[in-house]
Design a protein around this ligand. Structure first.
Ligand code: HEM
Length: 421
């Protein structure tokens, strides 16, 4: 039995469209649980958005992602208002990055940086810097003690420094980059943009483009060992890559590499504070941190969704998805699917199959930065937990208003930390 089509934010599928729905995750998950059980391929037709089916089960998300020739990303791989896409077309400011590419084009562009993000290269070029930054940020946390807003002062800033080091953005420009990524990824949140969210995104994109055009010029003159140098000099079939594609690349690495990791660290710390026995267990046996990191990422699932578009009619679970129709891959729901994860709403650092989560997606678009993200989380929690005497919440965490990338934006904590040995 399927539920009636959702036509407003109040309907059962409103949770995928209404950015505010993600500020109350308990209520969000109650609705997603019902959809997984009663209508896992749920039809949504809300004014201002393209109609789509929301996929809430792990198996369905997996099945669609593994058939990239039948389900394309296209330029509309995220559920923004149709007015946003129309405005983008009208201004000619089209942001094209890996998540907007398909087939051969995607393959060629992904190849440019794929090896750079593999574990062997990361170990060689960035692991030490990540460990050093983890130490510096836990030092900073200690200095600010005994209380701070962890999400804002530490969780947000540590991954920003890592990704900016990788991109080659000089430290003085980092605060501006932070603002821009927040505007691009969380523009529905009133804190990050006044007035029209579309205008905020378009202005932020313009500033981003200008900044990275200048960085490209610089790296062509003076190459360094960063991603900016790789992209500034990249060629495909012997010709330099397009300007829009290069800028889209900078943008996807800067944005996708930042808020996602921050939100995982913030969500992970909150979960550990609420489960002090698990926090203590990790302190006692840090070898369990890598396993815990996958559970933390499953738990936080900061990328809430992506869209795919059918190239032909396709049967999924008794529903015919017609050629040209869109499906929304709900990673947040898939990662709480009771068919895959036992007691899915429990946080459990020893969960045996935590790594089966879909928080990084799967298939050809599988997160380029997954190894880097894990490396960052491991480094940070190893450093923090080895120096932590006590920690508790000093207020209620506040969640970001966003239906695309989200998580905790304020996490007041009080704590006691020791200096590094
Ligand atoms: C915990 C942190 C992170 C999470 C949860 C996450 C999640 C995701 C997801 C869900 C996708 C789409 C996958 C799909 O369509 O199947 C993705 C793609 C991507 N991510 Fe991440 N990400 C994280 C960290 C990073 C980092 C640190 C980088 C840094 C480079 C990064 C760069 C990218 C890029 C470039 C893509 C596009 C890949 C493609 O389309 O081929 N991500 N990520």
């Amino acid at each position: 039995m399927s539920l009636p089509t959702t036509t407003s934010f109040d309907g059962p599928g409103g949770i995928f469209v209404d950015p505010a729905a993600y500020t109350n995750l308990r209520a969000w998950h109650e609705k997603a649980d019902r959809l997984r059980s009663e209508d896992p391929i749920h039809r949504i037709e809300i004014d201002g958005y393209i109609p789509f089916y929301a996929l809430t089960r792990h198996a369905d998300v997996f099945e669609i992602e593994r058939q990239p020739e039948k389900f394309l990303n296209t330029l509309q791989s995220v559920l923004f208002r149709t007015a946003f896409y129309d405005q983008q077309m009208a201004t000619g400011l089209i942001i094209k990055s890996l998540v907007h590419m398909d087939g051969h084009e995607h393959h060629e562009y992904r190849k440019l940086t794929n090896d750079w993000f593999k574990p062997a290269n990361l170990r060689k070029v960035i692991e030490q810097r990540v460990n050093q930054l983890a130490r510096e940020f836990v030092d900073r946390m200690m200095e600010r003690g005994p209380e701070c807003d962890f999400a804002r002062e530490i969780g947000l800033m540590f991954p920003l420094h890592v990704i900016m080091s990788i991109l080659g953005v000089p430290e003085p420009d980092e605060p501006m980059m932070l603002r821009l990524t927040q505007e691009l990824f969380a523009s529905e949140d009133p804190e990050f943009g006044e007035g029209d969210g579309l205008e905020v995104i378009i202005n932020a994109s313009r500033t981003f483009f200008e900044y990275f055009n200048n960085l490209t010029d610089d790296r062509r003159k003076s190459p360094a060992e960063d991603i900016a140098t790789v992209l500034s000099n990249a060629t495909i079939d012997g010709a330099p890559i397009g300007e829009i594609e290069r800028l889209g690349y900078y943008m996807i690495v800067a944005t996708a590499g930042h808020d996602t990791t921050s939100n995982s660290i913030n969500g992970g710390l909150e979960a550990l504070i609420r489960h002090p026995e698990q926090l203590k267990a990790l302190q006692k046996d840090p070898n369990r941190i890598p396993g815990a990191v996958d559970e933390i990422i499953r738990w936080a699932t900061p990328v809430r969704h992506f869209l795919r578009h059918a190239t032909g009619d396709y049967e999924l679970g008794g529903v015919t998805i017609r050629e040209g129709e869109a499906v929304l891959l709900s990673y947040l729901s898939a990662n709480r699917d009771e068919r895959v994860f036992k007691d899915p709403h429990a946080f459990d650092i020893d969960r045996e199959n935590a790594a089966e989560h879909l928080a990084f997606g799967t298939g050809i678009h599988f997160c380029l930065g997954a190894h880097l993200a894990r490396l960052e989380l491991r480094a940070f929690f190893r450093e923090l937990l080895s120096r932590l005497d006590s920690i508790e919440l000093a207020g209620e965490p506040v969640h970001c208003v966003s239906h695309f990338v989200g998580g905790i934006k304020n996490l007041p904590v009080s704590y006691s930390l020791r200096p590094a040995e």
